[in-house]
Design a protein around this ligand. Structure first.
Ligand code: FAD
Ligand code: NAI
Length: 462
């Protein structure tokens, strides 16, 4: 007889949420985790620590730039980097121990160690082999490497090293103008580093709405980040304390070198499947090294499922969580479902950037007939009072039916504002539905309503 109904490999947002949901559905469940603490990339070296540093550095920025105007006089705080890292560690600890508490509460067994799958129905952890009816792989992702760039996590770092540098670098070169590069680049720019971002493409944050890309880059430049666009990094050369970044401009093949105290390599992440024994199992993979699954998160081997960063789709914690819940429901004989058309994306810079659904470029490509409703935070009273009027809300709606197709926000609390549009989209709402909903004054949310009004007869405050 199997010891377990389900064993989940990996305790990131995909794995731990899946484990808790399995337990809630009455299944006997264990979760294998090789790290010292639960929570995966997100809680240990991703979402949570980066947001702690973004928050602390934003507070410094507010003190330096906006306090005096509000009549808050006195010396700006200075940076105690060790203490800032201690605050970050404390935040991580509160979150990872929270998952440990939830596991105990829900009677999820934590099998400590690195797991492998000798055959379907078996998971090996250390010397012990556990029998189980179902296996769910939630082993996550790791930073992608770049040819010619050797990471030492001291001078040439991935996001993991960038979250625990010995000191704030004088010169930071970031390779890649994606989410990690811009979030962590912002942290260090606020703390006083000279930050240069080297990006292969001619736009930042590929895949986002082009209007937001341009406005966002302008704002980041104003905040002191420098950009070298259309540049292919060739190699880095590092000593114990310094590095050189060699790059070629794509437009004319000219070669250049940048000096840095620290280089952050942020050129994407790749699925992590090392040591699981997937080759021997004959488990089907995609061309991009992800585990191939069907619409029920089943792999090509019966009884083995996969979720989160290790499968196709955006590498986001909430996408992994949703798949975790849905896969648990599938295993329990229910009908778990994820609406991949309504997964928000958020960049936690200041202003924040958030999006859901189609971009204007996608709609043009699809020759979809659409309308645009836009509203600037300059017309929002609360944003002006809070020195947060940089940015706008853009809603895309079907030209005939008025149904909301997508939304893009750059502005204060964009990562929270986007959710009223997500809910509206889940309900198949029209822009008029949003526009006719009373929004409290004075709130940032009023900008969302005004953008919805702009899809119809026009906004009031613009
Ligand atoms: P992971 O969180 O990667 O967890 C996988 C776990 O499996 C790991 O703990 C690993 O140790 C364990 N594991 C792997 N193999 C084995 C094995 N054989 N045996 C035992 N254990 C194993 N996403 C957001 O949505 N919002 C953010 O703000 C955000 N910020 C980020 C910031 C940074 C710097 C980074 C790097 C990522 C960020 N992400 C963010 C992405 C997010 O962290 C991932 O999408 C998310 O963690 C994926 O969850 P997962 O459960 O699939 O895998
Ligand atoms: P990314 O895919 O967001 O960005 C990588 C960037 O590097 C792209 O702009 C790409 O064009 C560029 N690039 C690639 N090769 C290059 C080269 N040789 N030279 C110069 N530039 C190059 O990847 P990133 O930022 O590493 O993040 C990885 C994942 O982590 C993302 O998929 C993201 O979803 C997730 N994440 C999410 C966060 C959030 O939700 N707020 C925060 C941080 C990470």
């Amino acid at each position: 007889m199997a010891n377990y109904d389900v064993i989940i490999i990996g305790s990131g947002p995909g794995g731990y949420v899946c484990a808790i949901r399995c337990a809630q559905l009455g299944l006997k469940v264990a979760c294998v985790e090789g790290r010292e603490t639960l929570g995966g990339t997100c809680l240990n070296v991703g979402c949570i620590p980066s947001k702690a540093l973004l928050h602390a550095s934003h507070m410094l920025h507010e003190a330096e730039h906006n306090f005096a105007e509000m009549g808050l006089k006195g010396k700006s705080p200075s940076v105690d980097w060790k203490q800032m890292l201690a605050y970050k560690e404390k935040t991580i600890g509160q979150n990872t121990s929270g998952i440990e508490f939830l596991f105990k509460k829900n009677k999820v067994d934590w099998l400590k160690g690195w797991g492998s799958i000798p055959e379907a129905g078996k998971v090996k952890v250390g010397d012990e082999v556990h029998e189980t009816k179902n296996i769910i792989i939630a082993s996550g992702s790791e930073p992608a490497s770049l040819p010619g760039v050797e990471v030492d996590e001291k001078v040439v770092v991935t996001s993991t090293g960038a979250l625990e540098l010995g000191k704030v670098p004088k010169k930071l070169v970031v390779i890649g103008a994606g989410v990690i590069g811009l979030e962590l680049g912002s942290v260090y720019a606020r703390l006083g580093s000279e930050v240069t971002v080297v990006e292969f493409l001619d736009v930042i944050t590929p895949g986002m709405d082009a209007e937001i890309q341009k406005a966002f880059q302008r704002t980041l430049k104003k905040q002191g980040l420098e950009f070298i666009m259309g540049a292919a990094v060739q190699k880095t050369e590092a000593t114990k304390t310094k590095a050189k970044v060699h790059y070629k401009l794509r437009k004319d093949d000219s070669e250049h070198v940048l000096d840095a105290d620290v280089v952050l390599v942020a050129t994407g992440r790749k699925p992590y499947t090392e040591g699981l024994g997937l080759d021997a199992l004959g488990l089907k993979m995609t061309e991009r090294g992800q585990i191939a699954v069907n619409g029920k998160w089943e792999t090509s081997v019966p009884g083995i499922y996969a979720i989160g960063d290790v499968i196709e789709g955006p590498m986001l914690a909430h996408k992994a969580e949703d798949e975790g819940m849905a896969a648990a429901e599938q295993v329990a004989g229910k009908h778990g479902h994820v609406n991949y058309g309504v997964i928000p994306g958020v960049i936690y810079t200041h202003p924040e950037v958030a999006n859901v659904g189609a971009t204007e470029e996608m709609l043009k490509d699809q020759e979809h007939s659409y309308k645009v409703g836009k509203f600037s935070f300059m017309g929002n009273g609360r944003a002006k009072a809070n020195f947060a009027a940089d940015g706008f809300v853009k809603i895309l709606a079907d030209k005939e039916t008025d149904r909301i197709l997508g939304a893009h926000i750059m502005g204060p609390a964009a990562g929270d504002l986007i959710h009223e549009i997500c809910v509206a989209m889940e309900f198949g709402a029209s822009a008029e539905d949003l526009a006719m909903t009373c929004h409290a004054h004075p709130t940032y949310s009023e900008a969302v309503r005004e953008a919805a009004l702009a899809c119809g007869d026009g906004p009031i405050h613009m």
